[in-house]
Design a protein around this ligand. Structure first.
Ligand code: NAD
Length: 298
């Protein structure tokens, strides 16, 4: 199975990064979104992503011009997917939107097209039937800033065909990712199965008054050699995401510590616009957070 033409559906935060990364590695990519206005906004991201590829990957102007020439844009789903070997879906993390999208896609995509979802929290088995081709459906999960944090977790559902899974693993490598196959469906894949409990434990230590932000991070950094602690990571992930994850857990369990965590994140951070690195302040102040100072670990 050799992929030549790729379609990326959804040109938001992750979709555009996936499209750009894929085109950078030599594939022709059609970017699909709900209308031309949104696609115009996606095109405008070309320059900022080019700057990041230059700074972080030493990309040359020629490589970036070639990347641009391999990207095309189309807001008509049937046209956008008409010759695609692989469609990567990065539409909003909302089951209703995803189901609606797959139902429409199933009607217009050629039989050969493999579908891959970038969903972070939903399992491929939740949509397999809607795709109309469950054996050609798999999850291909990227991380934000994919050119730097180049993990690609590949996860089938019980009905995914092995050659399809293997072809998506090979494709992930071809676009410069470290391909990480999962052999079973797992909510949160590998990365969030590890990360979410760590971040949750850190916020619970804080909320219970066991220790403070800097001491908790320092403990983790000195004890494991990690370059950043859980609160430093939370600032990168964004405090709104942490709030949403904790809110769902608090609503489901009514656990008092989880409820206190939600209140703390809202009152001390979200309501004050301290959303993490993106707003210049979260648990730390940016661009020079205290945990990067040379005496922090002393
Ligand atoms: P986003 O909200 O930034 O972008 C979603 C895009 O989808 C928008 O451009 C929107 O116009 C478009 N869209 C809406 N409805 C559509 C439809 N019916 N058909 C096609 N496009 C439609 O979202 P995002 O952060 O890029 O997330 C997209 C997916 O990627 C989600 O499944 C999310 O879980 C996953 N993901 C996100 C991150 C992250 O850090 N943001 C990381 C890994 C995976």
């Amino acid at each position: 199975m050799n992929f030549i033409k790729i379609t990326v559906a959804g040109s938001g935060v992750l979709g555009y990064q996936i499209a750009f990364q894929t085109a950078f590695h030599g594939f022709n990519v059609t970017v699909y979104d709900i209308n031309d206005e949104v696609l115009e906004r996606a095109k405008a991201k070309f320059n900022s992503l080019s700057d990041a590829f230059k700074a972080d990957l030493n990309a040359s102007q020629e490589q970036l011009e070639a990347t641009k020439s391999r990207l095309s844009y189309n807001s008509n789903l049937a046209e956008a997917v008409k010759d695609a070997d692989l469609l990567i879906e990065a539409v909003p993390e909302n089951p209703t939107i995803k189901i609606d999208f797959y139902q429409k896609l199933a009607k217009v995509a050629p039989e050969k097209t493999i579908f891959a979802t970038n969903s972070s929290t939903l399992l491929p088995s939740q949509f397999a039937d809607e795709t109309g081709r469950p054996e050609k459906f798999v999850a291909l999960h990227f991380a934000n800033e994919i050119w730097k944090h180049n993990t690609a977790e590949i996860m089938g559902h019980p009905g995914t065909a092995t050659p399809v899974f293997d072809a998506v693993v090979a494709f992930a490598k071809e676009i410069g990712m470290v391909a990480l196959p999962l052999y079973k469906e797992q909510p949160g894949y590998i990365v969030n199965s590890l990360l979410v409990p760590l971040l949750t434990a850190a916020t619970h230590l804080l909320v219970k008054g066991v220790s403070d932000v800097e001491t908790i991070d320092k403990t983790w950094m000195v004890a494991t050699g990690a370059p950043v602690g859980p609160f430093g990571i939370l600032d990168v992930v964004g405090i709104t995401t942490a709030y949403n994850i904790n809110k769902m857990a608090a609503d489901a369990t009514q656990d008092p510590t989880k409820i206190k965590t939600v209140a703390m994140l809202k009152e001390l951070y979200i309501d004050k616009g301290k959303l993490g690195v993106a707003t210049g302040e979260g648990f730390y102040k940016y661009p020079n957070p205290a945990y990067k100072e040379k005496d922090f670990l002393k």
